[in-house]
Write a protein that binds this ligand. Structure first.
Ligand SMILES: NC(=O)C1=CN([C@@H]2O[C@H](COP(=O)(O)OP(=O)(O)OC[C@H]3O[C@@H](n4cnc5c(N)ncnc54)[C@H](O)[C@@H]3O)[C@@H](O)[C@H]2O)C=CC1
Ligand SMILES: O=C(O)[C@H]1O[C@H](OP(=O)(O)OP(=O)(O)OC[C@H]2O[C@@H](n3ccc(=O)[nH]c3=O)[C@H](O)[C@@H]2O)[C@H](O)[C@@H](O)[C@@H]1O
Length: 441
């Protein structure tokens, strides 16, 4: 099958590459000429495990191409996927400018009828508007479908190749058939292809993200309560997770969810509810709890050092919004950095992949360290924001020798309390007792 994918971000690039890997001829279109030039050379603009290898192989074997020219990109493709960004607008609702620009361009340049598949996350009712816009005074009768994406960054290839389910929103059974055929290599027993209306499909995407965000805000609220009530959230997690109705997934307490999707999708859902005169009380709570949680590590540091931090040096491990990505969109690390700089602290940072992206924002205001241990030199405390594997089992003796004071505030609960106690660290984590809680003067 010949396929066009418009937008080569996390979703578009993974979609295009995986469809090429399963034997299709794919051409990806993006307005970012620099990105397209690099992609043509097989250079991925993002860090995503496994992506580079697939990219290079499929380009070499002639199944994957890149262009900035939409007309060229659409030639001979019956299926056109739209995967452009739908960021949060000023009013909280999704900003669909890129989607409308692409829709208009498809209508204006298509030389034959197309099936236009919206992969971007869009408000319920958007697909109907895309269809109307595609066919307004058009020479051809185009069809539109919805096919939301559920991949996670860091596991994007794996999630795309082995999805829990594929959801499509269609008006015509024959469109469902084409999409099912395209996805067949990725479907497995008990991992179904679900066909529904475009409205239900669009809603499914938002409900999935809102549910996952709700679980995270729920466990973070419970973690903060545990701290106040001298209970331990790790024990509580075990105690509830073994109930199969509850389970363990997405119930890790932390410093709040970040990334390009949960924050904006929860707010887009609130905006959709508002438009219909519904209060969305729970989702407002989810969003607010998450915003507050991003400040937790700074509050813990002020408990130790006081609010004035000039003369203090704080080391940060982890900048990306989660491990296995270089993405820093809505990352909790940025909230902590802003607080620390405002309080006058010196900040030394390390992340295996996201340092360059953070440098673009903060420039020379931070010290960037290639190695995790290097950040600790002369620091009054270490703050752990992202749970990269390399932080899970460090050499604590080396850490103690490098740190000016043995203080760790851990936003991901990586270490055992007993071990921290024995080693003599002052250790604050999320929803657990503080170890050696004496303040530092
Ligand atoms: N990032 C993720 O993990 C996931 C994202 N999504 C959704 O997928 C959509 C895309 O997200 P990302 O890939 O993260 O976005 P992104 O911001 O990484 O990439 C969007 C790409 O679209 C390109 N673009 C913008 N306007 C264009 C135009 N007129 N013509 C051609 N290309 C254009 C941009 O240059 C950029 O390369 C969003 O709606 C998002 O909510 C869904 C599931 C997962
Ligand atoms: O629509 C999207 O863009 C995607 O959003 C999320 O994927 P992603 O944002 O890449 O990453 P997650 O693994 O979901 O993590 C999101 C945030 O939640 C946090 N999180 C996650 C799980 C958890 O138990 N606790 C927790 O704090 C992570 O640290 C991270 O900041 C969803 O998991 C995907 O299914 C969805 O397709």
């Amino acid at each position: 099958m010949r396929i066009t994918v418009i937008g080569t971000g996390y979703v578009g690039l993974v979609t295009g590459t995986c469809f090429a890997e399963s034997g299709n001829d794919v051409i990806c279109v993006d307005i970012d000429a620099e990105k397209v030039a690099r992609l043509r050379e097989g250079i991925s603009p993002i860090y995503e495990p496994g992506l580079s290898e697939l990219l290079v192989r499929n380009i070499k074997e002639g199944r994957l191409q890149f262009t900035t020219d939409l007309t060229e990109g659409m030639t001979d493709s019956a299926l056109v996927f739209i995967a452009v960004g739908t960021p949060q607008g000023d009013d909280g609702a999704a900003n669909l400018n890129a989607l409308w620009a692409v829709t208009d361009q498809i209508r204006e340049t298509a030389t034959e009828p197309k099936i236009v598949v919206v992969k971007s996350t869009v408000p319920v009712g958007t697909n109907a508007k895309v269809l109307a816009r595609l066919n307004k005074e058009s020479k051809h009768v185009h069809r539109a479908a919805s096919n939301p994406e559920f991949l996670k960054e860091g596991y994007a290839i794996e999630d795309f190749m082995k999805p829990d389910r594929v959801v499509v929103g269609v008006r015509e059974p024959e469109v469902a058939k084409v999409l099912e055929e395209l996805h067949r290599p990725f479907l497995r027993t008990n991992h179904p292809f679900l066909s529904m209306t475009p409205e239900s499909s669009e809603m499914t995407k938002y409900v999935a993200n809102c549910m996952l965000a709700t679980k995270i805000s729920f466990i973070n609220e419970m973690a903060n309560l545990c701290e106040a009530l001298q209970a331990d959230i790790n024990d509580v997690r075990m105690g509830i997770g073994h109930d199969r109705r509850i389970g363990f997934q997405f119930l890790h307490p932390g410093v709040g969810y970040g990334g390009s999707c949960f924050p904006k999708d929860v707010r887009a859902m609130i905006a959709l509810a508002e438009q219909k005169g519904l209060p969305a009380q729970m989702l407002r709570g989810v969003d607010q709890i998450n915003e507050d949680q991003k400040h937790v590590l700074f509050h813990k540091l002020t408990e130790i050092f006081g609010k004035e931090m000039s003369g203090r040096t704080i080391a940060i491990w982890g900048l990306a919004f989660k491990p296995r990505t270089d993405d820093i969109r809505e990352a909790p690390s940025l909230v902590l950095i802003d607080h620390l700089l405002k309080a006058g602290a010196k900040v030394r940072v390390h992340d295996p992949e996201a340092r360059e992206n953070v440098k673009e924002i903060y420039g020379s205001r931070l010290t960037y360290c290639d190695r995790a241990y290097g950040t600790l030199e002369g620091a009054d405390a270490l703050a752990i924001v992202t749970e990269w594997n390399e932080f899970r089992n460090p050499n604590f003796d080396v850490m103690k020798a490098l740190l000016e004071r043995p203080v760790i505030v851990d936003g991901r609960n990586l270490y055992e309390l007993d071990q921290m106690r024995e080693l003599g660290f002052t250790y604050h984590s999320i929803g657990r007792a503080t170890v050696n809680p004496e303040g530092v003067s």
